[in-house]
Ligand binder design. Sequence first.
Ligand code: GLY
Length: 386
Amino acid sequence: MKHRNLILISLVFIAIQACSPQKASNEDLTQRLSDQLNVLVQATDDSEKLPRSWTEKDGYKMIGIRDWCSGFPPGMYWYMYELSNDEQWKNTAIKTTEKLDGVQFYTGTHDLGFMVFCSYGNAYRLTGDEAYKEVILQGAESLASRFNPVTGAIRSWDWGKWQFPVIIDNMMNLEMLFWASKVSGDNRFRDIAVTHANTTLEHHFRDDMSSYHVVSYDTITGEVERKQTHQGYSDDSAWARGQSWGLYGYIVCYRETGDPKYLKAAEDIAAFIIPNLPEDLVPYWDYNDPKIPNVKRDASAGALLASAFYELGTMVEDGQRYFDLADQLLETLSSPEYLAEGGANGGFLLKHSVGHLPGNSEIDVPLNYADYYYLEAIKRKRELKK
Ligand code: GLY
């Protein structure tokens, strides 16, 4: 009798699995990602610092809270919690988020959107804890302090040879400002975000909608001082991650304002990127490196594209083509070529990202932001396919 019951239960289980192979494969992938990130947590959790990258030779690159990448580990763990619904991930995410205590008062960088919104932003979204809300609002204040009405932009860096450098990456910090206006009722944050987005649209893009990396402004006249690169192949090239930052940034601007010029910008940027992608869709580190195809890929730029395409697809009538690209990208990134084997890669998920190739730094390594946007893309895909 007992034996018969057991067979019956097994048959029902097999039937359920057969009816929803998607569910089963989602669960397999979630378990795999969770096991892998646990390796990262076990190796780095005790430190006050946060893991940014890893190599076989040098081990972990650990960073303090003022590093631009400090918000990604807590953000990754929040997404892992969301994907797995496992309280252990919530506890890890809370503990890691709280390592960033104090960062909201830092005014020395534009990267506060990454640092505060990927960590505390997800924490607030998933828990509703009011204490997190206050931190994000303060982070938005600190970011807004870097806005200059003469240049019409938020200053990116406080170092270097430029009068007022603004990098395309800075489009990613606007989401926190839009959020702050909605939550506080103070339109100042939104106005700054819109002005910055408009200034960037006017000066960062070439005719083909590829973008410069750095545009510097004259602080007296507000005119453009120089257009250059810092992390790309050349001043006139299209650094891959920069193109992904721009695409993602204008998608957010359209979501938050409904202004069709931002949707057009996003679609035009996508129209530059798509024909420049290799067959497996993971971008070369710079679309204009003359040694293509014999150059490094940047998985971080690919993960960003996947996440961005899932959202862009929801904004247009013929969105299926963006969903298809995002699906293909996720398939490639989840293949053995990019997704690390269990226990390898220091516990990071994706291999083969490029941080700063001309600076000879973080080339062909795991990077925490590649994993963050990869997890975000998986979450977006699952939300769309529910
Ligand atoms: N925001 C810096 C980078 O993308 O490398």
